[in-house]
Design a protein around this ligand. Structure first.
Ligand code: GLC
Length: 613
């Protein structure tokens, strides 16, 4: 029996004739065919209304629940009707191949479709610089390098390429782009930021268009996520998940604009930050979520918590019914509750029963979630589109990534135009980041933290140098620089940070280079040849005291799998056009240091040299 609201909407959706008879009780043979919510001819609103009318409370509680793949079985997906499943960082099928991802996704989706109402799941991953959890996928530069490119069109292309590689594996929800405004380089997530001013992440919300397409549901369209709402890059001391203690005017001026831009571009979901604002955890901030994000910015997608984010509301481990109530009433629509998802459902059911969470809130959350599922076309095409599997790590995407790497390079010093190198120069390469895909990719690569070593197919920076230099040119390598002598035209030290992610990358000590890297550079300098330092790092590092002894310095950031893009700039096949997306400290003690704060940096925000002067 159709409810009056559904009938009203169906009437408005061009099914006047048949339904007008029904509305006035005249006998009419019911149209054979799918239930309205399964009928793509109807409006999204009418379909969602019809589905909501058919759902039980438990159906609706399930939709608001997102377990991690290792902590739920296909049978439980069917039984609890969960709305989504995620892969946390590095959580992959075995073997970790694109095909196996597609098999895994389809298996879980079939379990969801076995439920009474056949509501498909969304599957979420952190494809933050390509489909980076899948071995063999293209890994693009991390956001800080893309911020240096100042190229929003490039970022949109990268989003589209990432969406294609995701679509081949079925994965239809990306916890990206991160739109944080990194104000303190000691923060372990600085490299996930496009820059220290709101204009850069706001400009790069083209990533949303790339991922989602001009509208959800097109070919290789995946749901994007603006994260982490709001102020995660402004915490005291760069403390990940810390407290952003600033007046509302500054919060609105610095950290809110990228989310305003993402909402205007139609971003489908927003993830809440672990951090606090003036002592209140964002995961319970009703004002900023309900009043600012949903009402003032007009966000009509759905809000997802961060991973166990509701556990941190009261500062104690685990979550309570009070925390569940606070998070849902604050406006969180789906909860990323990797392991204790049964208890979450139980607590939320109790809260609804006792009137602590109104049914209207549950319905609003479900309406937001289901609207995105209908718009994504998941009811019509729930399975992986394996026609895109051939794009995973394919030449076209790797070529795009190589261009992105070149555009992200920032030339900071170039004494006597030692760069660009000549193709036939005799070159000595050294450094721990020269021949290591894992080092040049950074965190969120295959595993959550990333790792040194040949973790996925790609071109190391040394490979790239050998590929770009003249085949007859002599290019020698030793990690520690042993073997260099005065016969070389130049020595290149490729050094930097070991991979890290989130709070494990927070630095409270200085931001200096590793002693091993410094020893390597000194060994090259002792050979009395021009020394070019290529810095592979997720943020500016404290190099001022050493810089006078270096003939050139290039900030390569975290380039990903296509290291040849660095060589393209070193040999002049690509002009260095990158400009600093963050202010470069003169001394680690200056942190936080940002443009306009009156401190004297080593290199200011926006700095970057070119070869053409
Ligand atoms: C992490 C991160 C968030 C990520 C989520 C799922 O803790 O804060 O950026 O999307 O968990 O992996």
């Amino acid at each position: 029996m159709l409810s009056s609201s559904v009938k009203a909407r169906l009437l408005g959706s061009g099914m006047m004739a048949a339904l007008a008879l029904v509305a006035y009780g005249a006998p009419v043979r019911a149209e054979p065919g799918p239930a309205p919510y399964l009928d793509p001819r109807l409006s999204v609103e009418a379909r969602v209304d019809d589905l909501l009318d058919r759902m039980s409370l438990d159906d609706k509680l399930g939709q608001m629940t997102q377990p991690e793949r290792r902590h739920i079985t296909p049978e439980e997906i069917t039984r609890y009707r969960v709305g989504s499943v995620l892969s946390s960082g590095g959580s992959a099928p075995s073997p970790n191949t694109a095909e196996k991802w597609a098999d895994m996704y389809d298996g879980l989706q079939r379990a969801a479709l076995a439920g009474r109402l056949r509501v498909p799941i969304m599957y979420g991953v952190d494809a933050v610089h390509g489909h980076n959890t899948v071995v063999g996928a293209t890994v693009f530069p991390h956001n800080i390098g893309l911020g240096a490119s100042r190229d929003p069109a490039l970022v949109r292309e990268i989003g589209a390429a990432t969406a294609e590689e995701m679509a081949g594996t079925g994965v239809d929800w990306n916890f990206a782009p991160c739109l944080c405004v990194a104000r303190d380089d000691r923060w372990g997530r600085t490299y996930e930021s496009f820059g220290e001013v709101p204009e850069l992440p706001a400009m790069m919300t083209t990533a949303v268009q790339g991922l989602q397409g001009d509208e959800l549901g097109g070919p290789a369209s995946v749901l994007a996520t603006a994260k982490h709402f709001v102020g995660d890059g402004g915490t005291e001391g760069g403390d990940d998940r810390g407290d952003t203690r600033i007046p509302e005017e500054q919060l609105r001026a610095v950290h809110l604009p990228p989310f305003r831009a993402a909402v205007k571009r139609g971003v489908g979901s927003v993830m809440i930050s672990y951090s606090s604002w003036n002592g209140l955890k964002m995961h319970q901030n009703r004002y900023l979520i309900n009043d600012v994000l949903k009402r003032e910015l007009g966000f009509t997608g759905f809000v997802v918590s961060d991973y166990n984010g509701i556990d941190e509301i009261d500062g104690a481990s685990g979550f309570t019914r009070h925390e569940v109530t606070a998070a849902i009433n604050a406006g969180i629509d789906m909860v990323m509750v990797p392991t204790e998802w049964r208890r979450f459902i139980e607590y939320l059911r109790d809260a609804v029963r006792d009137g602590d969470v109104p049914m209207s809130r549950i319905d609003d959350a479900n309406r937001r979630i289901l609207t995105k599922k209908v718009e994504l076309g998941l009811f019509e095409s729930p399975m992986a589109d394996r026609s895109y599997l051939r794009t995973v790590g394919g030449a076209a995407h790797r070529g795009l990534a190589r261009r992105a790497v070149a555009e992200s390079q920032v030339l900071l010093k170039n004494d006597h135009d030692v760069l660009p190198l000549d193709d036939d120069d005799k070159v000595f390469v050294a450094g721990g980041s020269a021949d290591d895909i894992g080092m040049q990719s950074g965190g969120w690569t295959i595993t959550w933290q990333g790792a040194p070593g040949p973790i996925t197919p790609g071109t190391t920076i040394l490979d790239g140098i050998r590929k770009v230099a003249d085949p007859s040119a002599k290019v020698d390598y030793s990690r520690d620089g042993n073997g260099v002598d005065g016969s070389y035209d130049a020595a290149i030290a490729v050094v930097g940070e070991k991979p890290y992610a989130e709070f494990l990358g927070d630095r409270t000590d200085d931001l200096g280079l590793d002693p091993e890297d410094l020893r390597t550079i000194d060994r090259l300098r002792a050979a009395d040849v021009p020394v070019i330092v290529v810095l592979v790092s997720g943020r500016p590092m404290d190099v001022a005291a050493r810089l006078p002894g270096w003939n050139a310095l290039v900030a390569a950031w975290l380039p990903g799998t296509e290291g040849a893009g660095v060589a393209d700039v070193l040999y002049g096949d690509a002009e260095p056009t990158g400009r600093l997306p963050v202010t470069w400290m003169r001394d680690g003690a200056q942190q936080p240091i940002n443009g306009g704060d009156g401190k004297e940096p080593l290199f200011p925000f926006g700095y970057g040299l070119t070869y053409s002067g």
